[in-house]
Design a protein around this ligand. Structure first.
Ligand SMILES: Nc1nc2c(ncn2[C@@H]2O[C@H](COP(=O)(O)OP(=O)(O)OP(=O)(O)O)[C@@H](O)[C@H]2O)c(=O)[nH]1
Length: 198
């Protein structure tokens, strides 16, 4: 455990492509958002799940280190950066482990690998997996808070844009399975069918 490190679960998306709130889809009898919690729980002392007013009442947690909050009002629905900023303002830490709610194959070892790169000169630690940057499964330092606020105040919601202005450590990940994210209902149904056929 490290008190300098806190967890942020991003759970305020609209799930338009999925057709219903994907946080509550299940894998192995457990909701997707619980898989995200499980990936962070062994590592962090405290964590927040940042969601929308519409979804807030649907999340449950008996985990004492978890708080469920909603995006700061003026940034509600403004994308993942709104969730990250809201969490950083609510919960003080030096480093934040960030995870979305649509990566049910994720596990703590991915974060343990990223954590090896935490040092003074770095603002963000971003994995590269499946040939892509993965800025939503990443570590951010509190040094980026001001930049995130600036971007949101100027309607710049892109994480890529934030990374362009930061000192970023990119980490190539050999393990790809953990990074599978489920955006479309069809992908989820394909996976469910595969399990049933096994
Ligand atoms: N707190 C917060 N989280 C968000 C917001 N927008 C997206 N997220 C989360 O960020 C992660 C990635 O979201 P996306 O899959 O890109 O977007 P989505 O809105 O969930 O899905 P689509 O509507 O299909 O694009 C998910 O965990 C979302 O719940 C937001 O405005 N606030």
């Amino acid at each position: 455990m490290n008190e300098k490190i806190a967890g942020i679960i991003l759970a305020g998306g609209k799930s338009m492509r999925f057709g219903q709130p994907k946080a509550f889809a299940t894998k192995d009898g457990k909701a997707f958002y619980q898989h995200s919690m499980d990936a962070l729980t062994p590592i962090v002392e405290k964590m927040v799940m940042v969601t929308s007013p519409e979804l807030k009442h649907r999340f449950q947690s008996s985990e004492t280190k978890m708080t469920i909050i909603q995006d700061r009002e003026e940034y509600q629905g403004h994308g993942p950066l709104a969730g990250i900023l809201t969490a950083m303002e609510q919960m003080k830490a030096e480093w934040y482990l960030v995870i979305p709610i649509d990566v049910p194959f994720m596990n703590q070892s991915i974060f343990r690998t990223l954590m090896k790169h935490m040092d003074q000169d770095v603002d963000a630690i971003i994995p590269i997996a499946k040939g892509k940057l993965q800025p939503l499964i990443a570590i951010y330092r509190n040094s980026v808070k001001g930049l995130i606020k600036y971007q949101l105040d100027h309607e710049h919601r892109s994480l890529r844009k934030l990374l362009d202005k930061c000192n970023v450590k990119y980490v190539d990940m050999e393990e790809e399975q953990s990074f599978i994210n489920i955006n479309h209902q069809a992908d989820y149904q394909k996976w469910v069918k595969k399990q049933e056929d096994k």
